[in-house]
Design a protein around this ligand. Structure first.
Ligand code: DX5
Ligand code: ZN
Length: 238
């Protein structure tokens, strides 16, 4: 199980110290949310933030690009120390060249899907990615409530992985706290991004370890039944 604190919820006035605090707390990856003010209605930080954090931690830097034109950002992020790069499937025709570009830069590839996008959009790319990011809120802001209707999408990603004998991570991001960690783990998630749910706790170290234990305890023994088929899942079902 991977626990990835999102630095979006860290204190920006001491960003580096917060990255070190998350590292010391036992996090597995550091998640960095890149927002361009166009793909999402908010702006966060860019490649310079990755460069600043890189010497302060050995943890993989998991960069989530909520950006309309990731092609102009991939090289700067890789040069500055990103280990994993996640782009959004909503970018349509750009997705295939972006996947190959990230591969050619020697980094792990993630593909994210927004709550309102049907899972059928991801299916053509399953064999090409190292991670599927099921967004559990509409991206753009930290601190939003978890959207329960996304749980069947996690189950679908888990079922596909087993059926097709693949090994991608299933990551969740948005509104992840101890309760929703249990629900997502039960549905098949194995990588948990949490901003408010971790940085908002009195002890980050205890919170990271508690979240990991909850995820482990709730992991499914078998491929779970897909509980609902509601437009969120496959376009042909709606
Ligand atoms: C959502 C971002 C998230 C965000 C999660 O737009 O992709 O990574 O930081 O924040 P919380 O955990 O506060 O919902
Ligand atoms: Zn994110």
């Amino acid at each position: 199980m991977i626990i990835a604190p999102s630095l979006l919820a860290a204190n920006f006035a001491c960003f580096g110290k917060e990255a070190q605090r998350a590292t010391a707390a036992g996090a597995d990856w550091l998640h960095m949310d890149i927002m361009d003010g166009h793909f999402v209605p908010n702006i966060s930080f860019g490649p310079e933030a990755v460069r600043a954090v890189r010497p302060l931690t050995k943890l993989p830097l998991d960069v989530h690009l909520m950006c309309s034109r990731p092609e102009i950002l991939l090289e700067p992020f890789v040069k500055n120390g990103a280990d994993r790069l996640t782009i959004h499937v909503e970018l349509g025709e750009q997705v295939t060249p972006l996947i190959w570009k990230i591969r050619s830069l020697g980094r792990k590839v993630g593909l994210a899907i927004n709550p309102g996008t049907p899972m059928s959009a991801l299916e053509p790319f399953l064999t090409q990615v190292d991670l599927i990011l099921v967004m559990t809120v509409n991206p753009g802001f930290g601190g939003q409530p978890f959207i329960t209707e996304t749980l069947p999408k996690i189950q679908q990603a888990f079922a596909w992985r087993a059926e097709k004998n693949l090994s991608y991570h299933i990551q969740v991001d948005g509104g992840i706290n101890f309760q929703t960690t249990a629900e997502c783990a039960h549905a098949g998630a194995d990588a948990f991004v949490a901003g408010t749910g971790l940085f908002g706790q009195p002890s980050l170290a205890r919170a990271v370890s508690k979240m990991r234990k909850i995820a482990e305890k709730n992991a499914p023994a078998n491929v779970p039944e897909i509980s609902s088929r509601n437009g969120f899942l496959l376009a042909s079902d709606s």
